[in-house]
Ligand binder design. Structure first.
Ligand SMILES: *Cc1c(COP(=O)(O)O)cnc(C)c1O
Length: 414
């Protein structure tokens, strides 16, 4: 490639990095992982309680996942959806078998799954003679992705700024407020879209009763219940799908993150009454559900659906929950509580202690976590995490919050 002339880039110390700087990255580069552990290129070891944002569900370098991907890559990776893809047919059948859904559409990310879900909801009403019903009720604190429609569903002003008018048809009401939901329903309302546990928004679980009431209000007004289980699905909550805790079924649901175990894979799972309108030509994607991605998805399912696996997740999750609550009790001046479900938990920091600082301090202690909204430090280890690893992580957090508590004390004394 020909180098760009200096006058084109501006001053030479002002050149944009080749990798577009859309993220503030920690100065860590990993070369290898195994289970819940990661090693940097300079040989340091970290316990990964962030799982690449709740994505590496069965840990790093899981032999079964590596084997499935390697074998599939050596045969055929991609053929396009112009042909049958047996791996996708198998994965879809297994997801149908283990969920409320009758049919599955595969794509490549959470945002793309939500786009598909939003389109499915609009198509449903249009095909039934109500094209004016294209509005979706969403919630404050939601996160649904970074494409234009999913950003509009997210509704976060900070993320929307500078990208022109939001996509029409998204209203936002306070999370958990049933009266506000009812007030927002009008003749144009098509669906209610919600994360059973808000992930990016601060690991905020919806009340199970609230989820049941949403199901009921959808039935009352002929709306579709659209669940975003991109972060909460595939065992993260301790059940395969988080909505199962509420004993309800959505009409349509998005999944991604954990379902590929680190390989990009998204899915829209739908009941027949929704899926029937997404006929040939209505929606599509080139990569979606290709043999390689679906080999990964099938391998993850093999592990997560194995006898006793989810019981093990619930068991270690309870242990983590108890350990984090004990941590909060030891450091009440800097932590106010634990929230979330399963292995998607959050430590609520007091306003004077910033979650981002705590995340950085944990890195110094050899532990990876992820900051979330509302000043919460997200703790989301891979589903294969052991109690011993929980002990190591909590010991690191003990040092982090112990130091933060001492700093606060000193600041108060002065
Ligand atoms: C991460 C996330 C998304 C977006 O997924 P991408 O793969 O980043 O597009 C959407 N919804 C929820 C709940 C998420 O956690």
């Amino acid at each position: 490639m020909v180098a760009r002339p200096v006058e084109y880039c501006g001053a030479s110390d002002n050149v944009i990095p080749a990798l577009m700087p859309t993220y503030n990255r920690a100065d860590l580069a990993f070369e290898r992982g195994e289970g819940a552990w990661l090693w940097t290129t300079d040989g340091r070891r970290f316990l990964d309680f962030g799982s690449g944002i709740a994505t590496t569900s069965i840990g790093h370098a899981h032999p079964h996942l590596v084997g499935a991907i390697t074998a599939q890559a050596a045969r055929v990776m991609h053929v396009s959806n112009l042909y049958r893809v047996p791996q996708a047919e198998k994965l879809a059948a297994r997801l149908v078998e283990s969920s409320f859904a009758d049919s599955v559409f595969f794509c490549n990310s959470g945002a793309e799954a939500n786009e598909g879900m939003i389109k499915a909801v609009r198509k449903y009403h249009a095909e039934r003679g109500h094209p004016e019903r294209f509005h979706t009720i969403c919630f404050e604190g939601a996160f649904h992705g970074r494409t234009l429609a999913t950003l509009s569903a997210t509704g976060n002003e900070k993320y929307l700024a500078g990208f022109g008018p939001p996509v029409e048809g998204f209203a936002h009401v306070p999370f958990g407020n049933m009266n506000a939901v009812r007030d927002a329903i009008g003749p144009q309302t098509a669906a209610i879209m919600i994360e059973p546990i808000q992930g990016e928004g601060g690991v905020r679980p919806a009340d199970l009763r609230f989820l049941r009431e949403l199901r009921a209000v959808c039935d009352e007004f002929g709306l579709l219940l659209a669940l975003d289980e991109v972060q909460t699905g595939m065992g993260r909550s301790g059940k395969l799908w988080a909505h199962q805790w509420a004993g309800i079924e959505p009409d349509v649901m998005s999944a991604a993150k954990g379902i590929g175990g680190g390989f990009p894979l998204g899915a829209v799972l739908a009941k027949e009454h929704v899926a029937q309108y997404l006929k040939a030509g209505t929606h599509g994607t080139t990569y979606g559900g290709n043999p390689l991605a679906c080999a990964a998805g099938n391998a993850v399912l093999d592990v997560v659906l194995a006898d006793g696996f989810l019981d093990g997740v619930q068991d270690v999750a309870k242990y983590l929950w108890d350990s984090l609550n004990a941590l909060v009790s030891r450091h009440p001046t800097v932590l106010t509580g634990v929230r979330g479900a399963g292995l998607l938990l959050g430590l609520q920091c007091v306003p004077e202690v910033l979650n981002g600082d705590m995340q950085a301090a944990a890195v110094a202690e050899g532990l990876l976590t992820v900051a979330a909204g509302q000043n919460v430090l997200r703790v989301a280890p891979p589903l294969i995490v052991s109690r011993e690893q929980v002990d190591i992580a909590v010991a690191a957090l003990d040092r982090v919050f112990g130091q933060a508590a001492r700093s606060r004390e000193q600041a108060t004394v002065k």
